[in-house]
Design a protein around this ligand. Sequence first.
Ligand SMILES: [Zn+2]
Length: 345
Amino acid sequence: MNTCQIILQKPEETALYLGSVRFFKHLIVSIIFIIIFGLLAAVIILAAENNEKSAEIYELNQTLISFGIDVNEPVNTISNGDGQFSIEDEQPVIDSEPEPPAEPPIYLPEPITEPDPEKSPWIELFPHLYSDYIPPANFMDDSGFIYLTFDDGPSRYTGDILRYLQLHDIPATFFVMPDDTEAGKNFLNTMLDRGHEIGVHTMTHVYNDIYASVEAYLEDFNDAWNLVYEQTGYKPYLFRFPGGSINDYNFYVRTDIINEMTRRGFVYFDWNVDSRDALDASWTEMYNTVLNETAEVPRAVVLFHDRPGGYNTVLVVEDIIKALLADPANYIFSAITRETRPMQF
Ligand SMILES: [Zn+2]
């Protein structure tokens, strides 16, 4: 047969010997495997090293944080070779003795000018209710002064309190709740005659009523202020809020009342030492509290009460006075004066 046959024959397996095709094939495959494994190993080693570094950095950061150093803040530090770091750039010098905190701003009457009805919507009320108090250009330096103050009197104990004060020749300040009795009137006059100061506290002392509105507060204050004036001929310029200027009852009216009272020339005093006699504190508690707290402040406005339930106050007040007089700090007792910088919360 003359047919042309194409025989597709599988090429014979080449023998493996140096320089043969099969040899080179194996060689190439081996090289590729070696490269791949080499790369994989390199990646694994790098990753492990990186991990170790992160742990070191974390540890270092924790140490810095424990020293109060902000690790996110870039700082220029140099090592002095023994693991200690010092700040290269000059840092601001911090005073070792910080300035004592300034006393907070206070509400003070301003010179009375033509009233602005927009600022004083209560201008029509009680047109006589103004004080002649003008704050001094500078308050006196009263560090070391103690101002004993008695709220809520006159009461059955006013005579005792006045007697102790007289015995030790100590002037004090009474924030009064005047009453329409001969005894009450006599007490107020005795206070003034003996050099004590009188400020207005309140007529009723009913928080819910007097702090119901500015009008309600003014009405109560006006009653008390008028009665003091009627009984003594003295027009108080001082006052103290029942419960202090910041209390649980006056949140919504506080600023308006203070602004209106200040506009009328009155100045209020809170306190910075509380005898806690209103909380029926024991003799010991009151004694320790007043002596300890007075020692901690540059000047002390001490809160006591002259009230029917104030038996403990009468028992302890003279002992407190004696202890303060004997104190090597040489305290000076004074009534609040027009030169006294107001003590306000
Ligand atoms: Zn009171």
